[in-house]
Design a protein around this ligand. Sequence first.
Ligand SMILES: [Ca+2]
Ligand SMILES: [Ca+2]
Ligand SMILES: [Ca+2]
Length: 269
Amino acid sequence: MMAACVCDDDRSRKMARGALVFGFVAYSLAYAMTAPAGAEDDAIATAPHRTAAIVLDGGLDEWNGVPAVALDSSSYLLSDPRHYEGNRDLGGAVQFVWDTTYLYAAGRFADDRLQAGAAWTSDRVNLVFDFRNDNHPLSYEGRAPDASNWQADDSWVYAHIVGDGPPPHPVMRLAADYHGPIEGAALVSRVVQGGWTFELRVPWSGLPEARPFVGAVLGLQIFVSDGDAEGGLTEIMWSDRWSWSPDAGLAWELWKMGKLVLTGVPAGG
Ligand SMILES: [Ca+2]
Ligand SMILES: [Ca+2]
Ligand SMILES: [Ca+2]
């Protein structure tokens, strides 16, 4: 009996040691997977939960205290840097909140020349989503897949700051099987001293495979296009560095994204 008891104790100690080792390995792996390997891996934006209404008017009072993602002269200049003259040319920040019906975004940017209209050379905000957060280079045949080869959960959502016609302006979505306005989505902007603001909302129902819940992690890339009527478009990109060349334009490297985390933290009531 004694021997059996010693055996049991040994087995217990071994199991305890095994659990400790397993715990340490699991912790190490988890840390290795989440530890920053470089600034580009740190691109995580948060969207607090909002219960009070957002008034879509370009006024940003509701956005006080909401975390902001900076896009300015310290960010990656996606396109021809010869046309960029620093933060007064284009520099600012974008914020996000969400509720069960809408994803909202807002921004305030310095911009020395507002280029209105819905042309590709007009001022524009761009949000590229990987809603399942599952993109990987192996998912695609080409290095930069054209939209027809995108996954069903990948969407480019964009809107011109001052589009054609009166506000609210449409918010567009380009995906593998769709390019057009998002029903129920809208952007309203304001021209302010030295720049502009915008607020936009997009109903989750207009975003295929998007699932809003506390803790959801979406792949997200942000870039802002600055039309200045100076012969070129300057674009500032948030996370990672998608290739760009004057001839080929933008390479849609959809696996190089930051993350947008939907949190349960209340934002402004
Ligand atoms: Ca507002
Ligand atoms: Ca501009
Ligand atoms: Ca995807």
